[in-house]
Write a new protein. Structure first.
Length: 124
């Protein structure tokens, strides 16, 4: 991997459970906090639209390439250019421990909810 190919600053976010684990209404007390900011490349791969919850939804599959690290797991999020990407799969090509390919989805989260910073949650 050439260093010049990783030109974007990408935040890696992890879900953190607060204390207490639930609020007074029983809702989970969780928040997304920044794990680290890394250099990477963002490469949109495919897009699709589908019908769910009586409205058209869209989803974009994106590959984010970063240097290898062992503290990223599926379910975390990446943020770049005010867009949130849910990390679905992690590929360590040939287990070389040089580069990670984070296969992400942008758009639909939990199959019904779209989140973007500055926007309200749609479908909630």
């Amino acid at each position: 991997m050439q260093a010049g190919a990783l030109k974007k600053r990408i935040k890696i976010l992890q879900l953190v459970t607060g204390s207490p684990a639930a609020d007074e209404f029983g809702a989970p007390n969780t928040s997304w906090e920044e794990l680290d900011t890394v250099w990477g490349a963002v490469e949109p791969i495919t897009g699709r639209e589908f019908w769910a919850q009586q409205q058209v939804q869209s989803e974009i599959t994106t590959r984010i390439r970063i240097r290898y690290r062992d503290d990223i797991v599926s379910g975390m999020r990446a943020e770049y250019n005010n867009k949130i990407y849910t990390i679905k799969y992690i590929i360590d090509d040939q287990e070389s421990h040089k580069e990670l390919q984070l296969m992400c989805s942008e758009g639909v989260i939990n199959a019904w909810c779209h989140y973007s910073p500055g926007n309200r949650i749609k479908g909630a």
